[in-house]
Design a protein. Structure first.
Length: 342
């Protein structure tokens, strides 16, 4: 074993090699990838025209009340496709829709550069509610027509970022149910009967039942969406009838050809706003209300299908296009369900 000056010299050679060899390797790699650029800094660009499964994954449940998320494969970015491409990533099991039928669309948009949600609000999605047609945007109208409620469709279209980069704009469209969907439940004795017709309309009867002296809340269908808060703006179907006569006290929005409407929890009847809190989206609820919890005139029965929570904070023009990241406000003619009508 070397000793003295020879040992010191050998140690010096080993240390010098440990320093110089990595530097030489790094210089060689840098030369191959461009001066001063490491391989880690290189971004893979995938062809935006490739099959969707080769480019990204969409996660999240349709009707969960939260925005979906996307993950670009291999943390890559996408080039711009040559045209608008449409993929149905989840088929629906509900009512088939076509142009002119009422729909509720949940729309989220993402950048093909990094998968960032670019919808433009905290929720990460916007709702469009109305009759399916050109107002929703030609691309979405074409993609959604013929699908069933519960479907998820992904559109890819060429786009230009603020920095001038050409990439793919990714739009995820969820076709939400327009009637209550979930687990059917047996109502308690004394609950008014609710019968649904083949066209989606309902009839309500409280014949032979004593008028309510306090509020009763019965869930006929238990939805699986998020819980309702006291300040939420909902999209819903509603009807309200006189307990004594069974006559409607507002225009019903039940029926497959009827547009659901906006229900503002902060401006609803006391009996509605207090007893919908914590009910889950997707539910059908029967409220038996004494006069003081309704319009102050007589006891009533209110039936509500809670269809969605709208993240919009203020009404917008009903002609706004979902494809331009706008959320069209639902029909706001709330009828007597609203305090303003009482």
């Amino acid at each position: 074993m070397p000793r003295g000056p020879l040992a010191v010299g050998l140690i010096g050679v080993v240390v010098l090699a440990m320093i110089l060899v990595p530097l030489a390797v790094n210089k060689l790699v840098s030369g191959r990838n461009g001066a001063g650029t490491s391989t880690a800094a290189q971004s893979t660009v995938l062809d935006g025209n490739a099959p969707l499964s080769q480019l990204l994954k969409v996660s999240g449940r349709v009707g969960s009340g939260v925005a979906p998320s996307i993950e670009l494969n291999g943390d890559a970015s996408l080039s711009a496709p040559g045209s608008v491409l449409t993929d149905v990533v989840q088929t629906g099991q509900g009512r088939a829709v076509s142009e002119g039928t009422p729909v509720i669309l949940q729309v989220s948009q993402f950048s093909g550069l990094n998968g960032r949600n670019t919808t433009g609000n905290e929720a990460g999605y916007k709702l469009w509610q109305g009759l399916l047609g050109p107002d929703v945007g030609n691309y979405i109208n074409t993609a959604v027509s013929g699908q069933r409620e519960g479907a998820r469709v992904v559109l890819r279209e060429p786009a230009e970022e603020d920095n001038g980069s050409r990439t793919t704009k990714i739009t995820v469209v969820d076709l939400l149910p327009t009637t209550a969907t979930g687990e059917a439940r047996q109502p308690a004795a004394g609950t008014p009967t609710v019968t649904e017709g083949p066209d989606g309309s309902i009839t309500v009867s409280s014949a032979g039942l004593p008028a309510p002296t306090r509020v009763s809340t019965e869930i006929l269908i238990k939805g699986t969406g998020p819980q309702i808060g006291a300040q939420d703006r909902l999209i819903a179907r509603t009807t309200m009838v006189s307990w004594a006569t069974g006559q409607p006290l507002e225009k019903s929005t039940f029926g497959y050809q009827e547009r659901p409407k906006q229900l503002d929890m902060s401006n609803a009847l006391v009996g509605v706003s207090q007893n919908l809190v914590d009910i889950t989206v997707g539910s059908r609820v029967v409220l038996s209300l004494p006069a003081e919890q309704a319009q102050g005139k007589e006891p009533v029965v209110v039936v509500i299908d809670v269809l969605a929570k709208d993240p919009a904070q203020a009404p917008k023009a009903s002609g706004a296009r979902a494809s331009s990241e706008s959320s069209a406000a639902p029909d706001s003619s709330a009828g007597p369900t609203s305090k303003d009508q009482s």
